[in-house]
Ligand binder design. Structure first.
Ligand code: NAP
Length: 281
């Protein structure tokens, strides 16, 4: 058996076409959704992510502004810039590209962003709203995974989902969103003894670890859906996920590739949140 490959580029394209129509509707009300991105320093991967986000905005008619600040910009300066953006009526979404330089307190930065413009969904108020089933913005990566499952008609209710990784931006919200849809959820982490004993029970496995080949074909149930969130740069410069693609492909029912799986969906959900924010104005 060879898994069906879940095509994040295709699903993104379908969703972005629908978003264009919403942007056109907003234009009739003289509203153009606006996203502000703050990028500190010159981390190569962050630069690529920001470039991709800007291009995606442009393609569907969302205005974007990028503020490129030196890596040694003081925390105070960043906080002041964010306060101005909170009060800028042309901006509906604010995003600070992570990771931040060490001298900046990430919590402080994320908490100063207005919850109404927190299109990453990282503000504690938005996290709390999500936990209690009243999400304003779902965090983009797990939201993108949910949209992939929906597009391919993969059942969630009553299934066992195993999430590998417990970060605030992927693992934890992913687990919550699957739980909200009626899955029985296990969350694994670096201290989990015998990871395979969990993943082998799963109908859906989401891997968000950041290490290549954490999950191999012998660790999953035949026909399982495997979602690979990881992005790893290999020594030869190529990109790989967290999943051993070749061995998992032989056993899984559905599998996301890296690149071209979850990655494009993350940006698509950023667009979704920015448009949603401007629709709520
Ligand atoms: P993170 O904050 O470093 O979290 C990694 C998680 O993996 C931690 O909870 C860690 O457990 C767990 N872990 C580490 N080694 C493990 C092991 N051997 N077995 C089981 N669990 C293990 O990373 P993140 O921000 O969630 O990102 C995860 C990956 O997804 C990265 O490769 C990142 O680049 C990628 N990513 C992709 C997208 C996208 O759009 N496709 C978006 C965001 C992130 P402990 O908590 O116990 O340390």
């Amino acid at each position: 058996m060879s898994a069906k490959i879940v095509d994040g580029k295709l699903v993104s394209q379908v969703l972005r076409e629908k978003m264009k129509l919403r942007v056109e509707e907003l234009a009739k009300r003289d509203i153009q959704p606006g996203l502000a991105v703050i990028l500190l320093g010159d981390d190569a991967a962050s630069q690529v992510y920001v470039r991709n986000k800007v291009a995606a905005c442009q393609a569907i008619g969302v205005q974007s502004r990028v503020y490129r600040l030196a890596a040694n910009t003081s925390e105070q300066k960043v906080l002041e810039a964010l306060k101005l953006l909170n009060n800028d009526s042309e901006i509906n979404g604010i995003l600070v590209q992570l990771p931040l330089p060490k001298h900046i307190d990430e919590d402080k930065i994320l908490e100063i962003i207005s919850p109404q413009k927190d299109v990453d969904g990282f503000h504690k108020i938005n996290v709390g709203a999500m936990v209690t089933g009243h999400a304003r913005f779902y965090p983009c990566t797990p939201h993108g995974v949910m949209k992939l499952l929906e597009y391919y008609g993969i059942a969630i209710e009553g299934r066992h989902a195993v999430v590998v990784g417990r970060s605030n931006i992927v693992g934890k919200p992913m687990a919550l969103m699957l739980l909200e849809k009626g899955a029985t959820v296990s969350i694994c982490n670096s201290k989990t003894p015998d990871l395979a004993s969990f993943t082998r029970q799963a109908d859906i496995v989401v891997v968000a670890v950041g290490k290549p080949k954490v999950l191999s074909g012998d660790m999953i149930k035949p026909g399982a859906t495997v979602i690979d969130v990881g992005i790893n740069r290999l020594p030869d410069g190529s990109l790989a996920g967290d999943v051993d693609f070749e061995s998992v492909r032989e056993v899984a029912g559905f599998l996301t590739p890296v690149p071209g799986g979850v990655g494009p969906m993350t940006i698509t959900m950023l667009l979704e949140n920015t448009i949603r924010s401007s629709e709520m104005v």
